[in-house]
Design a protein around this ligand. Sequence first.
Ligand SMILES: [Zn+2]
Length: 466
Amino acid sequence: MKRIYFLLVISLAVAMSAARGYAQSPMPDGLTEETLRLNYIFTGTDKEAVISLYNMNRSEGWAGRRVNMTEAPLRGNGQIILKDSATCKILYANSFSTLFQEWQATEEAVKTRKSFENVFLVPMPSAPATITIELYDIHNQVCATFTHEVKPDDILIKKIGVSEKWLASAREGADKDFAEKEPMPYRYMRRGGTPEECIDVAIVAEGYTADEMEIFYKDAKKATDDILAYEPYKGMKEKFNFIAVGIPSQESGVSIPHNKDWKKTALESHFDTFYMDRYLTTLHLFKLHDALAGIPYEHIIILANTDNYGGGGIFNSYVLSAAHNKWASPVVVHEFGHSFGGLADEYFYDDMYSPYYLPDVEPWEQNITTLADFSSKWADMIKGDWKDAVVSKADQKTDTWKKDFKDLKSYKVGVYEGGGYQSEGVYRPYPTCRMRDNAYPDFCPVCRRAIERLIDFYTTEVSSHK
Ligand SMILES: [Zn+2]
């Protein structure tokens, strides 16, 4: 009896230390508790891409994931892979999309060459390592690659950010001058746990003057609540930290080129990206990450102080969202679906066939399919043969379907033609979704599952990945 009791005590102690050990997971071998910030310039045209290293920075602490380190969360339009130079073992991998690749599909890219800033955060290796960046084209083939070495003792890797102690004193005042001091003043909007345990989302002010900072913190709280009101975030909110970072701008509002209105703002963002009036982005990623130095962050939401409608979201890069119009709440959730969830747009244009997704290539985004490899998508969520669940473009034009759609009668997971901007050849999982329509107040079941899987990937070790 005593023996059993003793064993029970031991196994309890082991279980408790395992739980504690999990929450405070040490970094895997070969990686340290420091962040390496890699600044690149991507240059090219519609047909070519050249990746160049601009410089490297380092900062204390690692706010990124501590589990499933050697695999990228999704395929993405590109990946960054960190390998130990001596053993060639993968230490860390991540995936992303870029504004540069979106630009490569525009008319302008046929006629001219342009450069774009890109920033990636990886854990600092403890020994010399190689970094490889790969970009993928619409055929899902590698179209550009670049490998360089990083030595942890390189004296030209500048240290940025400051210690926790300095941070605590900086937090006292909200009126620090952006140009002179770092880090920026910040406030937690929602704290699920430590940066080591949680997914850290920084919400950054753009176009708010120092006098308007309280408006920003209110907007940031609203954006946090908007996102956490949706499943699956709602049920998993303890896995998130939201931190509002009050960067002051010289002028109030953001630039709207089609109104010939240019403003002096912290991140120099503007509408009319690629001449699309509602597309709001910033090209100044170095500046954005400079402003976040010293703050624990992984994902970025930039709130723009404007009532003009628009936004943009780039997978594992950032969201830019207008804070003051009647669609501000659904738009920030939609754009975060792109930047955090890696989800595709489920809307499409009836009158336009843009061959963005090729019929023989299965897109990596989890909420659309070309049927090239549908078994890798949501076939398991359809009862019976999925081929019977296909609703073609023509089927969606019948009066019965329109009526059912209005009455929510046909709201079940299926294979609905139209999605990813294409009315033909691309299919979505549900009649409507947060990724399709601003008025629909939910993610479809497939998007919900995709986001939930990502949250799990970032926070829970999957044994098959070890
Ligand atoms: Zn969806």
